[in-house]
Design a protein around this ligand. Structure first.
Ligand SMILES: Cc1cc2nc3c(=O)[nH]c(=O)nc-3n(C[C@H](O)[C@H](O)[C@H](O)COP(=O)(O)O)c2cc1C
Length: 207
């Protein structure tokens, strides 16, 4: 596909791999839709010396996102482990660097979704997803959860919410993404890709 092909940015942070495993499934969902690509990106951890300690390219896994990845995306899937019922600081740190995009309205009318992973089943998946949505709304993005025609939402005994997909990783964060969670990640990826194409066409018509 050409460089002009629209893409869904799957932007996540993951320390022990659970959110990264979800991201891979969402990529597969996006790539099941013709005419759009998936772009997988992560963010560096933060510390008191965060801007000094990380190499520009991580030793393994997805490369770090820059503002242009976000500026030019057709849609965003934002993934974070739950940290006390909220998104992890490295992702928030990245989002806090996006005010130039906000000022230019770069993300207006682009679809977005969120995904998260927790240690415990009732440890804050929904609160994390709902609070991740807040900065995306400030950017003018159109939030897409998971509708209940995905009947797996009614069957799952682990992750999966109408606010976005989720994963129960367990106390050691080593529980694999199970079949229900995988089904919902794929559905979320497919949905965000279809919405990305529809809204991309709408924005093209408007110019
Ligand atoms: C500082 C901190 C706060 C956390 N807060 C929660 C929490 O509120 N609820 C929960 O279930 N798990 C919590 N966890 C566990 C992680 O959300 C969980 O292990 C997640 O699956 C890790 O994802 P990752 O493998 O992508 O890093 C916390 C972990 C850390 C380090």
């Amino acid at each position: 596909m050409s460089d002009m092909t629209p893409y869904v940015l799957i932007l996540y942070y993951s320390r022990s791999g659970a959110t990264a495993a979800m991201a891979q499934q969402i990529v597969a969902g996006v790539e099941s839709v013709p005419g759009i690509q998936a772009r997988l990106r992560t963010v560096a951890p933060v510390s008191t010396t965060c801007e000094a300690v990380e190499p520009e390219i991580p030793a393994e896994g997805a490369v770090y996102a820059d503002l242009d990845d976000l500026r030019h995306c057709a849609a965003l899937a934002l993934g974070s482990p739950t940290r006390f019922g909220n998104m992890a600081a490295p992702l928030k740190y990245f989002l806090d660097s996006t005010s130039s995009l906000w000022m230019n309205g770069a993300l207006i009318d682009k679809p977005a979704c969120a995904f998260t992973s927790t240690a415990s089943l009732h440890g804050g998946q929904e609160s994390t997803l709902l609070t991740m949505l807040v900065p995306l709304l400030h950017h003018g993005m159109v939030y897409a959860g998971v509708p209940y025609n995905e009947t797996t939402l009614l069957e799952t005994r682990s992750g999966g919410t109408p606010y976005g997909v989720s994963h129960l990783a367990g106390p050691r964060s080593d529980r694999p993404v199970d079949d229900h969670e995988r089904t919902l990640c794929l559905a979320q990826g497919k949905r965000i890709a279809r919405l990305a194409l529809a809204l991309h066409a709408m924005r093209q018509e408007a110019v």
